[in-house]
Write a protein that binds this ligand. Structure first.
Ligand code: UP5
Ligand code: MG
Length: 216
């Protein structure tokens, strides 16, 4: 799959590559729900946060730049994020991508559209109260460097200031599918299932209910 060619607009349709973005505040349950969606509806799950953390683990110079930004709860420059995301997508032969935690701001949207010439089919928005997200992150205990109260509050601020306008942008294009993510994992997934069951080519026969998650 070449997501880079000039004059390739519309290639998503020709090649039938479908993209769904999943956005929501820190701790809203993006990763948790994406795993389930990938399994049930046959999507390839790519977490952009995980892709960035893998770059940190690689020990590259870009990785150390990303690490500093993440520690501050800020956003990595779009050219870096979109390049890494595009590389990850190009390395996988899939026609359905679930992109978790992206885009975060309008610059991300533009960079993605400019580079890949693709647009999402729709954007799943996990809407969760901040106190609930804070509680979840503080009890996650996975050793993430940004899961301390100081960085968590900065991440919330960035979400409000940068990501909410992106949600409004997609809302204006009729692409937002919002669910109440403050409920239990099962209840949230029930609402999500309704959304993903609406597109007829989202339904996969039981034999194909195999998780294609790259990032777990
Ligand atoms: N949990 C989940 N659902 C629950 C439920 N319904 N009820 C009770 N508990 C629930 O869930 C968080 C915790 O809550 C888990 O313990 C889970 O069991 C529980 P999770 O599914 O992990 O939530 P998620 O929304 O994925 O939270 P995450 O912390 O991953 O979200 P962030 O958006 O903060 O993190 P991400 O990894 O996407 O990004 C990290 C950083 O990378 C950003 O801050 C930024 O610096 C950088 N970044 C960019 O710069 N650009 C990008 O495009 C992407 C990331
Ligand atoms: Mg996550």
């Amino acid at each position: 799959m070449d997501l880079h060619k000039e004059g390739d607009r519309g290639s998503a349709k020709q090649k039938k590559v479908k993209i769904v973005f999943v956005i929501g505040g820190p701790g809203s349950g993006k990763g948790t729900q994406c795993k389930r969606i990938a399994q049930q509806f046959g999507y390839t799950h790519l977490s952009v946060g995980e892709i960035l953390r893998q770059e940190i683990s690689s020990g590259s110079e870009t990785g150390s730049m990303i690490q500093k930004i993440m520690k501050e709860g800020k956003l990595v420059p779009s050219d870096v994020t979109v390049r890494l995301l595009q590389q990850a997508m190009q390395g996988i032969n899939s026609d359905k991508f679930l992109i978790d935690g992206f885009p975060r701001n309008e610059e991300n949207v533009k960079a993605f559209e400019d580079l890949t010439k693709m647009e999402p089919e729709f954007v799943l928005y996990l809407d969760c109260p901040q106190d609930e997200m804070e509680k979840r992150l503080l009890s996650r205990n996975e050793g993430r460097e940004d899961d301390n109260i100081e960085t968590i509050r900065k991440r919330f601020k960035v979400f409000m200031e940068s990501t909410l306008p992106t949600i409004e942008y997609y809302e204006s294009k009729g692409k937002i599918r919002k669910v109440d993510a403050g409920k239990s994992v099962d209840e949230v997934f029930e609402s999500i299932k309704v959304i993903f069951s609406q597109g007829k080519d989202n339904k996969v026969p039981p034999s194909r209910h195999k998780c294609k998650c790259l990032i777990l």
